[in-house]
Design a protein around this ligand. Structure first.
Ligand code: AMP
Length: 197
């Protein structure tokens, strides 16, 4: 399956993406994670993207698209992947379509986790004290939420129009959310989901 998971910062998509890729046996590609690794390893790409990450801004599309294109060309994701954090705007969406179409593929499903704003802010501020992520300060959080609704919600709307968006309530215990995701996938793709839920 070629799929992605999206949702506002703090919705738990990183955690759920890891669990899903393990459960479904497909490799996850988290653009945020890849960028953070580059920053940590002081690579040239890391130096280019650090200021964008710290400010909670999107990394420019050309850098992001190139990174994703290179990653999706690798053998371990040729037959399936779970993208986490990409596409973040409609021009990245168009670019992903082009990348996949070049190989005769298309996205099978876009999962969206929904969580209300007050809950998101609470979770992110808590995460700030635990992970020490430089983009988890109150001001940057507010900015990232605003960007999400402005830039990324239209991506969800486009997938919804295509009929491939599965929206799942992301509030509540992690296990419950995971069960909801599996149930939603199972309802849409009974054949692709082997074994019990
Ligand atoms: P995340 O871990 O998904 O919250 O991403 C952390 C940060 O990485 C974002 O705030 C952006 O600065 C950058 N980033 C991740 N994915 C993208 C993307 N698709 N386009 C642009 N920037 C991204």
């Amino acid at each position: 399956m070629r799929m992605l998971i999206m949702g506002p910062p703090g919705c738990g998509k990183g955690t759920q993406a890891e669990r899903l890729s393990q459960r479904l046996g497909i490799n996850g590609v988290s653009t945020g994670e890849v960028f953070r690794d580059h920053v940590k390893d002081l690579t040239p790409l890391g130096r280019d993207v650090k200021a964008h990450l710290d400010a909670g801004n999107l990394v420019p599309d050309d850098l992001t698209n190139r990174m994703v294109r290179d990653r999706l060309a690798q053998a371990d994701v040729r037959d399936g992947f779970l993208l986490d954090g990409y596409p973040r705007n409609t021009s990245q969406l168009a670019e992903l379509d082009i990348m996949l179409a070049a190989e005769g593929h298309a996205l099978d499903v876009a999962l969206q986790l929904t969580v209300d704003n007050a809950e998101l802010a609470r979770r992110l501020l808590h995460r700030a004290t635990v992970t020490g992520r430089t983009d988890d300060t109150e001001e940057v959080i507010r900015h990232r939420l605003k960007l999400y609704y402005r830039e990324t919600e239209p991506v969800a709307a486009a997938y919804s129009e295509r009929g491939i968006l599965l929206s799942v309530e992301g509030t509540g215990p992690e296990d419950k959310v995971f069960d909801r995701l599996l149930a939603a996938l199972h309802a849409s793709f009974p054949d692709a989901m082997d074994g019990p839920l």
